[in-house]
Design a protein around this ligand. Structure first.
Ligand SMILES: Cc1cc2nc3c(=O)[nH]c(=O)nc-3n(C[C@H](O)[C@H](O)[C@H](O)COP(=O)(O)OP(=O)(O)OC[C@H]3O[C@@H](n4cnc5c(N)ncnc54)[C@H](O)[C@@H]3O)c2cc1C
Ligand code: FES
Length: 253
């Protein structure tokens, strides 16, 4: 784990007010895995006090990318960074997705900014497996397809793609999903993950989910990020240390 003051290469604004921050940091870019995250101090002043956690969105050589939208003070400051600025990065943190295994097809399920970790995951899978991406949002404004492959879209209001939730669309696509050995990789709002969990258990699909919660330290010290476990051995797990990626059967979302 590194704490590095890393230079910003550039900030890219995509559609829908989504930002990509390209950061030069060979130490982290060379070892971080898809689904791991970084805890970022956005400012050199004491405000905002706490670091903000962000998934690694992609890696290219000595650079890594973060993807975010402006939610509060931290992301507002991040969106204003430009070439020559530095940010204080702590990481890599967390466990990441397990992309190895005997499945033939990776099924990406992303809701809103839950799409953030998947460009890197898809890059790392490469041509070893087939990839289908199921991307959802409340409206077309919330749909992020950056870095995705073989994309199917669902919006709650029908303003883009299938009208309904992304899990409804997975259900509609059940024959395609059952035609090969799939593994589902998901990230998004808790309501989506809960519904996906029921769908995966019903259909016996292997599924890993990246979960989110408010965090402070990011590496298991403050005990501030518990998630309820379904295992007899542990009542609670820590999202930052034991996750953020869990087998969907192992946690209560
Ligand atoms: C492991 C992990 C990975 C993440 N990856 C990304 C990412 O790749 N891209 C991205 O945009 N965001 C990501 N997030 C969420 C991100 O950390 C928060 O959106 C960010 O801290 C907001 O900072 P802020 O200062 O702009 O907003 P704040 O002022 O901190 O918050 C603004 C509002 O958002 C709420 N909020 C803050 N954090 C969360 C959260 N985690 N879940 C739900 N509501 C929250 C606050 O309660 C508040 O109402 C991730 C979170 C975790 C735990
Ligand atoms: S954020 Fe401190 S223990 Fe998880």
């Amino acid at each position: 784990m590194f704490i590095i003051n890393a230079p910003v290469e550039k900030t890219i604004e995509l559609d829908n007010k989504i930002f990509l921050l390209k950061i030069r940091c060979a130490e982290i870019a060379s070892i971080i895995r898809p689904g791991q995250f970084l805890n970022i101090r956005v400012s050199k002043t004491i405000y905002p006090l706490l670091r903000r956690p962000f998934s690694v969105c992609d890696v290219e050589g000595e650079f890594f990318y973060l993807m975010f939208n402006i939610l509060g003070e931290g992301t507002k400051i991040l969106a204003e960074k430009h070439f020559g600025d530095t940010i204080d990065v702590l990481g890599p943190l967390g466990n990441g997705f397990n992309i190895n295994g005997s499945y033939d097809t990776a099924v990406i399920v992303g809701g809103g900014l839950g799409a953030a970790p998947f460009p890197y995951l898809i890059r790392e899978i490469g041509n070893n497996k087939k990839v289908y991406s199921f991307i959802g949002g409340k409206t077309h404004n919330d749909v992020i397809t950056y870095g995705m492959k073989n994309i199917s879209i669902a919006t709650d209001d029908g303003s883009l793609g299938y009208k309904g939730t992304i899990v409804d669309l997975l259900q509609e696509s059940i024959e395609l999903l059952k035609s090969s050995k799939i593994k589902i990789f998901a990230c998004g709002p808790n309501a989506m993950l809960r519904s996906l969990k029921d769908f995966c258990i019903k259909n016996n699909f292997d599924c890993e989910v990246s979960t989110e919660c408010a965090m402070a330290c990011g590496f298991g010290i403050c005990q501030g990020c518990p998630i309820e476990s379904t295992k007899q051995s542990d009542k609670y797990l820590l999202v930052c240390k034991d996750g953020p990626v869990f087998n969907v059967k192992d946690v209560i979302i």
